[in-house]
Design a protein around this ligand. Structure first.
Ligand code: ATP
Ligand code: MG
Length: 567
C-alpha cells in the first residue's frame, strides 16, 4: 500500500521490506472489486471537530489515504459535525492543516451537517415504509425497555403508531413543538435482537441548540449510528474503515443503508486502534491536560497530537514510516513509543547538520594557548551526507564544554575530563586538565587545561591514545539560547491514573536549561532541526523562538533501546 511504498523509497537498507504482504483490508477490497460489488474505491476520514488530531488519527488518515491512492480512488475529509454542543471552528482549521501536513491529499472538506436535509428525507422514508416511529418514552424508560445482554427488550408502547401519526409527530418535532427529551424517533427493527444496538435504536433526538454551521435551522439532530452510514452513502464511499469499537454497530450500519436504499451501499470494515506505551493518546485525556494547564496548549511538545509532534520536530515522513511499520491488524495492542523515536532518528540522521551546542555550559580555559589568538577549523556538516557541505568553527583560549563532561572525583570508566586526564576536543586538540575552580556552593566555575599544539585537528601526534572525546563551543562567539528537554508526561511505573482518579503526571517532564551554541545556530528558523553532537536531535520551537533568538527543544536523544524486528 501507498504508505509502505513511501517508507521504502526513503528507508535505509536495514528497514526495507521488499515483499509487502497485503493487509486484510486490501484483501477484502480486492475481493469486492473482483466480484463487481464496486468498480472504484472511495474512502474517508471523518473526525469530529472537538479537539486536535493525535498520532492515533494519523493511522486512520494514512490508512484511508493510502488505500484510496493505491486503488486510484478518492479520499474524502469529512467533518462529523452532527453534534451541536461540542464543535469548534478552531478545531476544523487545525484538523485540515494536520491532514495536509501528513501528506494526505483529500477531497473536500465536507461537513456532515450539510446533509441534514437529506438525512431528514431518509428518516421520512423510513417512517413511510413503517420502519421508524416516534416514541414518547423518556431516556430512562427507553433504557429500561431495551433489556440487557441476557434479557430481550420489550416493545415500545408507541411502536405500532400509524404512519400518518408518525409523520405528523416527526414534523412537529422538527418544527420545535416539543421539549428536549420528550420525544425521539426510533428505527423499528427488533426488540429481541441479540445485538442490543438493533433493539429499535434512537435515530433522531430533539435538542434546541445552535449549530455552528446550520445555526437555528434545526432543533432535531440525527444520532451517530444513523447519520454516519448515510454520510458515507451520500458521498459514494465504498469502504468505510473504522476502529474496532464499531464492530457491534455494523449490523445497524448495514440496516440503515439497506433500508434507506442505495445502489452501491458502502461497506464498513474495522481495524485496531493505535495505542502507544506510556503516552496519553485519547482526545479526552489530552483535552483535560490542556484545560488544567499541565501543558501549554494542544501543541505542547510533550503531547502526541499531530500539532505537538510537528512542533517537537517530527516530520511527516517519520510518522508515515511509523504507521507503516506498525501495520494494520484486527487485534488491539500497544506500540512501543521507542519505535516512534526510532523513526524520527532514522529520518533526520542524514538529513540535518550536526552542530556543536552545549546544554549546560562550564568554562574551559587553555592556559598555554596564546591570548588573543583565534583559529578556524573546517568541519563537515554531516559526515554521512556530503551534500550538506561544511562550515567553519572558531577556536580560542576560552571555550565552553558540558558541565557533565568534567568530574572532580570520577568513577571507574569515566573517560572524560578530570584532573590529570587528557581528552580530545572534537576536531581541535588534545587537552589535559590541570586545575579547576569552585564557588562557595561547590559548583564548578571554570576548568583549566593545557593543549598539545602537535595534536591539531584532534589527531594523536605520537600514537598516544585518549579515551574521551568531548565537544566544545568557542566562548568568544557562542550564543546563549534556551534549551528544553522533555520526558514522558505520564510516569511509566505508576500508570495513567492515581488511586484518587487524578492523573499521574511526571513533575519532571520539562527541563529548561540555559545553553550556548555556535553562532550559526542563532539564525535557526522555526521548525528547523539539527543534530546537536552527543546531545540528540533538536528543533527550533515554533511557538517560543524569536528572530535571532531560537529556543531549542529536544526531539529525541541519540541512544535507542528500540531494535527493528528482523523482517
Ligand atoms: P479519541 O478516541 O482520541 O477521543 P475519537 O475516536 O473520538 O478520538 P474522532 O474524531 O471521532 O476521534 O475520530 C476520527 C477517526 O479516527 C475515527 O474513524 C476513529 O476511529 C479514528 N481514530 C481515533 N483514534 C484512533 C486511534 N487511536 N487509532 C486509529 N484510529 C483512530
Ligand atoms: Mg469519537
Amino acid at each position: 500500500m501507498a504508505i509502505e511504498e513511501a517508507s521504502k523509497e526513503q528507508g535505509s537498507g536495514e528497514t526495507e521490506r521488499e515483499v509487502v504482504s497485503r493487509n486484510f483490508i486490501e484483501q477484502e477490497i480486492d475481493k469486492d472489486l473482483k466480484e463487481g460489488r464496486y468498480d472504484t474505491v472511495m474512502t474517508r476520514f471523518p473526525p469530529e471537530p472537538n479537539g486536535y488530531l493525535h498520532i492515533g488519527h494519523a493511522k486512520s488518515i494514512l490508512l484511508n489515504y493510502g488505500i484510496a491512492k493505491e486503488y486510484n480512488g478518492q479520499f474524502n475529509l469529512r467533518f462529523d459535525d452532527t453534534n451541536p454542543t461540542k464543535e469548534k471552528g478552531e478545531f476544523v482549521e487545525a484538523i485540515k492543516r494536520d491532514v495536509e501536513w501528513l501528506g494526505a491529499k483529500f477531497n473536500g472538506p465536507f461537513f456532515a451537517s450539510d446533509y441534514f436535509d437529506k438525512m431528514y428525507e431518509a428518516a421520512l422514508k423510513l417512517i413511510r415504509d413503517g420502519k421508524a416511529y416516534v416514541s414518547d418514552l423518556s431516556a430512562d424508560e427507553i433504557r429500561e425497555y431495551r433489556g440487557t445482554l441476557t434479557e430481550p427488550g420489550r416493545d415500545d408502547p408507541n411502536r405500532n403508531r400509524s404512519v400518518e401519526e408518525n409523520l405528523d409527530l416527526f414534523e412537529r418535532m422538527k418544527n420545535g413543538e416539543f421539549e428536549d427529551g420528550s420525544k425521539v424517533l426510533r428505527a423499528r427493527i427488533d426488540m429481541k435482537a441479540a445485538n442490543i444496538n438493533m433493539r429499535d435504536p434512537i435515530i433522531y433526538r430533539i435538542a434546541h441548540l445552535h449549530h455552528q454551521n446550520t445555526g437555528d435551522k434545526w432543533c432535531i439532530y440525527p444520532m451517530y449510528d444513523f447519520a454516519h452510514p448515510l454520510e458515507d452513502a451520500f458521498e459514494g464511499i465504498t469502504h468505510s474503515l473504522c476502529t474496532l469499537e464499531f464492530e457491534d454497530h455494523r449490523p445497524l450500519y448495514n440496516w440503515v443503508v439497506e433500508n434507506v436504499g442505495f445502489a452501491h451501499p458502502p461497506r464498513q470494515i474495522e481495524f485496531a486502534k493505535l495505542y502507544l506505551t506510556n503516552v496519553v493518546t485519547g482526545k479526552r485525556y489530552i483535552k483535560k491536560l490542556v484545560e488544567n494547564g499541565t501543558v501549554d496548549g494542544w501543541d505542547d511538545p510533550r503531547l502526541v497530537t499531530i500539532a505537538a509532534l510537528r512542533r517537537r520536530g517530527y516530520t511527516p515522513e517519520s510518522i508515515q514510516k511509523f504507521i507503516s511499520l506498525g501495520g494494520i491488524s484486527k487485534a488491539n495492542s500497544s506500540t512501543d513509543y521507542a519505535m516512534l523515536e526510532y523513526c524520527i532518528r532514522d529520518d533526520l540522521k542524514t538529513r540535518v547538520p550536526r552542530m556543536y551546542a552545549i546544554l549546560d555550559p562550564v568554562k574551559l580555559i587553555i592556559d598555554n594557548y596564546p591570548e588573543g589568538q583565534t583559529e578556524e577549523f573546517t568541519v563537515p556538516n554531516n559526515p554521512e551526507n556530503e551534500a550538506l557541505g561544511s562550515r567553519t568553527v572558531t577556536f580560542s583560549r576560552e571555550l565552553y564544554i558540558e558541565r557533565n563532561d568534567f568530574m572532580e572525583n570520577p568513577p571507574k570508566k569515566y573517560f572524560r575530563m578530570f584532573p590529570g586526564n587528557e581528552v580530545r576536543l572534537m576536531q581541535a586538540y588534545f587537552v589535559k586538565c590541570v586545575d579547576f575552580r569552585k564557588d562557595e556552593n561547590g559548583k564548578i566555575t571554570e576548568i583549566h587545561c593545557t593543549y598539545d599544539p602537535a595534536s591539531r585537528g584532534g589527531n594523536s601526534p605520537d600514537g598516544r591514545k585518549v579515551k574521551g572525546t568531548i565537544h566544545w563551543v568557542n566562548a568568544a562567539d557562542a550564543k546563549p539560547v534556551e534549551m528544553r528537554l522533555y520526558e514522558n508526561l505520564i510516569d511509566e511505573e505508576k500508570g495513567v491514573y492515581n488511586e484518587d482518579g487524578t492523573m499521574n503526571i511526571n513533575p519532571d517532564s520539562l527541563e529548561v536549561l540555559q545553553g550556548v551554541v555556535e553562532p550559526a545556530l542563532a539564525e535557526a528558523k522555526p521548525y528547523e532541526s539539527f543534530q546537536f553532537v552527543r546531545n540528540g536531535f533538536f528543533c527550533a520551537d515554533a511557538k517560543l523562538s524569536k528572530p535571532g533568538k531560537p529556543v531549542f527543544g529536544r526531539i529525541v536523544s541519540l541512544k535507542s533501546s528500540f531494535k527493528l524486528p528482523k523482517a
